[in-house]
Design a protein. Sequence first.
Length: 157
Amino acid sequence: MLKQVISKFQASFPAPAVYAHCDGPCGVYDPSSARVAAEAVVAMTKKILDLQPPAPGDKAATVAYNNTLSRYIAIKEEQAQLAKEELLILWTDYFKPVHLEQFPDLHTTFWKAAKLCSACKVEVSPQHATELMEAIQKIHGIFWATKSREIPWYTAS
């Protein structure tokens, strides 16, 4: 009965069709969230490598060490995954064929950055964490170069 009422209501008051070229209003895309996540990956990688293991036989210190190490690892992996998700959103939702014409290595740049996110989740590698930051910086530059062309009044500083 409820379905019939809803159907009659929808037939009486149809919703207009809407169209959008992106998932949200223009201007919501920004690589800064990926950068912040990657900065956390770098920080956690350093913290993991700097963490000193306890003396053998010190049970309380071993528990504290394991707790801290597992928290650092969890944060590093979560932030690497977040960076990957943010990059993939930019790659698949923001960038269009016209951008690929401007930046022919766009797909390779994003693919390598996503692979670096995965490497940072699996490993504790300062080199990969740094490479991830560099890749995101490159994407940041590409992104803002496209924004400055789309918005005539915008000037990148």
